[in-house]
Design a binder for this molecule. Structure first.
Ligand code: GAL
Length: 427
């Protein structure tokens, strides 16, 4: 069957069903172009995306990068808004968490329900992820992975030379190890001074000091008593103490440049999500040999998730819609979910995948994701847009980075600013 024989019906739902069928049966002769907005420009990110580009072009479709640099994606959303409001939306964009809802409210996203039903996505996704991909019960985005954020990465040789024999599981152990690394002449903590990176460290500290329940109260529910509590005070004290182990050239440094400092043995540790593992792998390094992954201190029984997903925008041209449909089909497919995540450092969003080819860090992440789901210690990353609105995320990030950057800013002032920045919330 070719697309030409498929009848064109006005009904939107039927149209998407036909689109899904067309996407799955489309032959090379009816190629379309997909333009995709993303910010995956580092070594590991680019290699993982290349897997997807190859699959699309092998099918005869063409791929157009709409790349906006700036890890964490804050620049990309501003540019995307201009394009969409100007009536020239890309086929898909790397949009995550509650931001999906903000775009869906504008009625600019494609309804993917026909594809989702055809491919049984509801059976293939953890509910917490499937729910994030839907607006008013309809699929409008496709998840490609699960990143764990609460990781501590370490250069094995640096720790060995510094006499650090075990990976720290508490902050007392962490600071003792960091002191040894500094004494040995290395930078103890590699960090990039950008607000999303500062918050990536901060949320892992809050999780490690206060636990999942406190994390959810303070950073997800934005409860004012939690934000002004003694536990928040302790968290801010630990967070500031980490700053003293970072080199003085960190301001503005990109996250992958900081990761490269650990890869090259200039620094001992980095607090970062497991997209950092994509950089170690791209540099030809092996976990357990050249580097190690361990839960950030105090967080080994918890899991901060960050799901990358592509929201699909409504398109006018039939060929473009078909290419978009095939993109959605590919993204949830087993082949892509394996090949992409092996390079990205994350684990598949799709359940029941064979994890045999994945390394020990990914296998631990997969096991811990399930355990944390069952223990209700699976928490959404605030730093990476899983938990609160874009506005609330921006307000929190600004207060925390002000505290990180300005040693004169007190803990008490910061707690008061956190409460003000998020407004008051009844418990
Ligand atoms: C995160 C994104 C990851 C990675 C990271 C650094 O927000 O989910 O896939 O790209 O930023 O850019």
């Amino acid at each position: 069957m070719t697309d030409k024989t498929l009848p064109r019906h006005s009904g939107r739902c039927l149209r998407y069903a036909l689109l899904s069928l067309a996407a799955l049966t489309s032959t090379v002769g009816h190629a379309g172009e997909v333009e995709v907005l993303h910010y995956w420009t580092s070594g590991g990110e680019a290699k993982s995306l290349a897997e997807l580009k190859g699959m699309m072009t092998n099918r005869g479709h063409s791929w157009k990068d709409f790349t906006v640099t700036g890890g964490g994606g804050q620049n990309a959303m501003a540019v995307l808004k201009q394009r969409v409001l100007g009536g020239s939306a890309p086929a898909a964009a790397l949009i995550k968490g509650p931001t999906i809802q903000e775009w869906a409210e504008l009625n600019v996203l494609t309804n993917l329900d026909a594809m989702a039903a055809f491919e049984k996505w509801d059976e293939l996704l953890p509910k917490v992820i499937a729910d994030q991909m839907k607006h008013k019960g309809r699929y409008v985005a496709v998840p490609v992975n699960v990143h764990r954020v609460n990781w501590l990465w370490a250069n094995s040789a640096v720790l060995r030379k510094a006499g650090v024999t075990t990976l720290p599981s508490t902050y007392e152990e962490f600071f003792a190890a960091a002191d040894k690394i500094k004494t040995a002449g290395y930078i103890a903590v590699a960090h990039g001074g950008q607000d999303w990176q500062d918050f990536t460290v901060f949320e892992s500290v809050v999780l490690g000091v206060g636990g999942a329940g406190f994390y959810n109260s303070a950073l997800v529910q934005l409860d004012k008593r939690a934000l002004a509590s003694e536990t928040m005070r302790q968290s801010l004290d630990v967070f500031r103490r980490i700053k003293s182990y970072v080199d003085d050239k960190a301001s503005g440094r990109d996250w992958n440049v900081a990761t490269d400092m650990v890869i090259k043995g200039k620094a001992g540790f980095q607090f970062m999500g497991d997209w950092a593992k994509g950089e170690f792998l791209a540099a030809g390094q092996q976990p357990g040999v050249d580097f190690s992954c361990s839960a950030a201190p105090g967080t080994d029984k918890t899991y901060t998730f960050n799901v990358d997903s592509f929201a699909m925008f409504q398109l006018k041209a039939w060929e473009a819609q078909k290419a978009q449909g095939y993109l959605a089909y590919l993204l949830m497919g087993q082949d892509f979910q394996e090949k992409f995540n092996l390079r990205k450092g994350s684990i598949p969003a799709r359940l029941h995948m064979d994890m045999e080819k994945f390394d020990a860090c990914a296998k631990a992440s997969s096991k811990d994701f399930v355990a944390a789901s069952k223990a209700a210690t699976l928490v959404p990353s605030v730093a990476h847009g899983m938990a609160v609105s874009t506005a609330a995320q921006g307000a929190l990030r600004a207060v925390v980075s002000e505290f990180w950057n300005n040693d004169q800013t007190t803990v008490s002032d910061t707690m008061a600013k956190l409460v003000l920045a998020t407004g008051t919330r009844p418990r």
